[in-house]
Write a protein that binds this ligand. Structure first.
Ligand SMILES: C[S@@+](CC[C@H](N)C(=O)[O-])C[C@H]1O[C@@H](n2cnc3c(N)ncnc32)[C@H](O)[C@@H]1O
Length: 335
């Protein structure tokens, strides 16, 4: 499949392309849009020019960075390899359910001019992408997007049959009504606001699906309750909010009252429990964005505390610890 970026080469003049590339690298080098004031203004001007040029050409850009919350921007900026190694994958049951929704939606939309059957937002290192790619019919077109260059590099290294683009949910680099299904794995809670819903709705074809999936840690279970208490402390330290934790269900606030989306179904399914020795369990926690925002010394101190909790937990086999997860799957239809 042709890389998204190569489409640009066909549609933009050489000098315009050079300008665009300079804009893109400028945007990338200042990082994600987390600063306020002058830099933000000039960056927004650059971005809106980039966006306008691209929308006129009706092509997907190499890079489209818009709004992203500070904790997500910094928490997923680096460490893609560690994230990929220490987060659980997705169950066959949940992947099969998602594949059926995507295929049915694309079949219903035949002839409506879809550019992509699947648009993945916040695709990260491609943990769900790789599972879906193995099961989806190979003729379906898939665009995996992600704001973190570092995470996207890990995804690209997997050599999947997908186009890729750096993008945030508010600046989806596609024309209106051109996507069958939008998939968000472990990510929608970072961009569930009304503005982002408008952006997602804009690209979805009428009757298109918004498919949300999370592997949810079961914090009520034994030693996990003690870990949850520490999470509260970490979040306080970084000036974050426990509302950002997917378990808070805060992400439902806007979509539940949206006239653009209707919930088709939700299933709570058995997840893939994360299993490992004490150090592997602790590595899973270093992939959490809140911990990434701590200084290395603070993070080490918090991880040491967790290590002590596990070491002193009665009856725990430190060579074989299970961290329990459920899988939560939601399918919304665009009205
Ligand atoms: C917990 S990771 C999930 C990654 C991957 N989908 C998975 O299943 O492992 C959340 C991802 O959402 C991305 N993200 C955060 N804010 C975003 C936004 N406003 N728009 C698009 N993606 C965003 C982050 O960069 C991060 O890669």
């Amino acid at each position: 499949m042709a890389a998204v970026g190569s489409l640009l080469v066909q549609c933009l003049s050489r000098s315009r392309l050079l300008n665009l590339k300079m804009t893109v690298s400028c945007v990338c080098s200042v990082g994600i849009n987390i600063t306020k004031g002058h830099q933000l203004m000039s960056q927004n001007i650059l971005l809106s020019r980039l966006h306008t040029a691209l929308f006129y050409s009706n092509m997907a850009p190499e890079s489209s960075i818009g709004q992203i919350r500070r904790q997500a921007a910094l928490g997923f900026k680096t460490g893609g390899d560690n994230y990929d190694a220490h987060r659980p994958s997705y169950t066959d049951e949940s992947v099969d359910l998602i594949v059926s929704e995507i295929v049915a939606t694309s079949e219903a939309a035949v002839g409506s001019g879809l550019k992509y059957d699947v648009l993945e937002l916040g695709a990260g290192t491609g943990k769900l992408t790789e599972r879906l790619c193995k099961k989806l019919p190979s003729h379906l077109k898939y665009l995996a997007t992600e704001p973190s260059e570092n995470f996207l590099e890990v995804l690209k290294s997997k050599g999947l049959n997908v186009d890729v683009a750096i993008a945030t949910a508010d600046r989806i680099p596609l024309a209106d009504n051109t996507v069958g299904s939008v998939v968000c794995a472990q990510s929608f809670h970072w961009f569930s606001s009304k503005d982002n819903l408008d952006s997602i709705h804009r690209v979805l074809t009428p009757g298109g699906k918004l498919i949300l999936i999370w592997n949810m840690k079961q914090f009520s279970h034994g030693w996990m309750a003690a870990f949850y208490k520490q999470r509260e402390e970490v979040v306080k330290k970084i000036g974050g909010s426990m509302k950002d934790l997917v378990n808070s269900m805060e992400w439902r606030k806007d979509i539940d009252v949206s006239e653009d989306f209707k919930l088709l179904w939700h299933r709570s399914l058995p997840g893939i429990n994360f299993q490992g020795n004490i150090e592997e369990i602790l590595s899973n926690f270093t992939t959490v964005s809140a911990y990434q925002l701590l200084s290395a010394a603070e993070r080490d101190a918090f991880i040491d505390q967790l290590r002590e909790i596990l070491k002193n937990w009665p009856g725990l086999d430190l060579n074989n610890i299970t961290m329990p997860y459920t899988t939560e799957l939601f399918v919304f239809i665009a009205q």
